[in-house]
Design a protein around this ligand. Structure first.
Ligand SMILES: [Cu+2]
Length: 375
């Protein structure tokens, strides 16, 4: 290499307010910093520390950075949809294009071998469209759940301030949440419409398909879930679910030595009864409608901060040992016929979002269509 690794890493680290020269006390952050150095050492292509985008934690963004992100998300909801009308007749805007895509593909992208790369690409496409179509000049922030797991409502994500992702739903009495057919967690602390912050007037237009929130009138739509069904954004912030995203449980992921072990633990697909995992833990910390809906969850704007954190966990695990963990895939598809997932499988989210890519090309955040890292 013509430039030294230590110099190029120094360029990148100098740009990171998150580390700021002080000792890193969060174990995930400490491991992520090691992963970052490993990834840079392992990649010698066009993407390098001088041009890689750096995704940062929501709480480490400045007030104006948070405001720019929020403004861009609101902008997406003001732009016309690009999906074919016949595919998603209820899609009202560009934001809904993402919701419709996720609803349509839900059965083939969860609990499957493509789960991690599909959601990585989906979150990246969202970031790119915020930048290209709504003038956003930052990168996709993530929600480090573990930093706020003891008190999510007072976190900078959910405190309801003008530079948060909006607060909890108003409290309405409701039963326990049905997070999968016949599986319940205790009712959360909201359940009503979001009343504070930049998304308090947000319109949810698609679904519901699998509403976890049990309140009168919120029932699964017949059909595809892609018809127009306008309603308020509801949240039901759950301390019980947030407990599944504590630091110890996040760090358990990094003791897994195979991609199958990692993705199964992350998604709670383990023999331990009631084990939620950080993926469901984050989703049901948000809860409500559409946040707690298996199909429609991307209709809550905080989805993308959650899935950036899922991607950061994947990225951390991969770059603990990039030579053996970057181009690995395991598991299968659920429907229509179970087949093993391979690196040559195509992820196709439809041309309204991003071009088709192989899982191989979506496996390295410094390769294929990507050039980004996490701090
Ligand atoms: Cu999903």
């Amino acid at each position: 290499m013509l430039f030294s690794f230590s110099a190029s890493i120094a360029v990148l680290l100098a740009a990171l307010p998150a580390t700021g020269g002080s000792p890193v006390s969060d174990p995930w952050d400490a491991l992520a910093n090691k992963a970052l150095v490993n990834q840079i050492k392992a990649n010698h292509g066009a993407c390098n520390p001088r041009n890689a985008a750096v995704r940062r934690e929501w709480g480490s963004l400045s007030k104006s950075e948070r405001k720019h992100y929020i403004d861009a998300v609101r902008c997406l909801a003001s732009k016309p949809p690009k999906h074919d009308r016949s595919f998603a007749p209820g899609s009202q805007n560009r934001f809904d294009d993402f919701v419709a895509t996720h609803i349509n593909q839900t059965w083939t992208i969860h609990g499957s071998g493509n789960f991690l790369t599909w959601h990585r690409y989906f979150t990246w496409a969202y970031e790119q469209i915020l930048r290209k179509e709504c003038g956003y000049n930052g990168y996709q922030p993530y929600w480090a759940w573990n930093k706020y797991a003891d008190d999510p409502i007072n976190s900078p994500i959910f405190d309801g301030s003008p530079i948060s992702m909006s607060g909890n739903g108003a409290y309405v009495p409701h039963n326990d949440s049905e997070i999968a057919p016949g599986v319940f967690i205790p009712a959360g602390t909201g359940g009503g419409c979001v009343t504070s912050g930049p998304f308090k007037d947000w319109s949810v237009n698609l679904g519901p398909m699998w509403p976890s929130l049990k309140i009168p009138g919120l029932v699964a739509q017949n059909g595809t879930g892609l018809e127009y069904n306008p309603r308020c954004l509801r949240r039901d912030i759950s301390p019980d679910a947030a407990a599944w995203t504590r630091t110890e449980l996040v760090m358990d992921l990094f003791n897994e030595t195979t991609i199958l072990g990692f993705q199964n633990l992350l998604q709670g697909m383990v023999p331990t009864p009631g084990y939620l995992g950080v993926h469901s833990g984050g989703h049901f910390t948000i809860g409500g409608d559409p946040g707690g809906d298996f199909f429609t969850s991307p209709g809550d704007p905080v989805f993308y901060l959650h899935h950036a954190a899922i991607d950061r966990a994947f990225w951390t695990w991969q770059n603990m040992d990039p030579s053996s963990r970057t181009y690995v895939v395991d598991g299968g598809t659920n429907l229509p016929f179970p087949v093993n997932t391979t690196l040559d499988d195509i992820v196709d989210m439809g041309r309204a979002l991003a071009p088709p890519e192989t899982i191989r090309d979506l496996s390295n955040t410094m390769g294929g269509p990507f050039c980004y890292v996490y701090v």
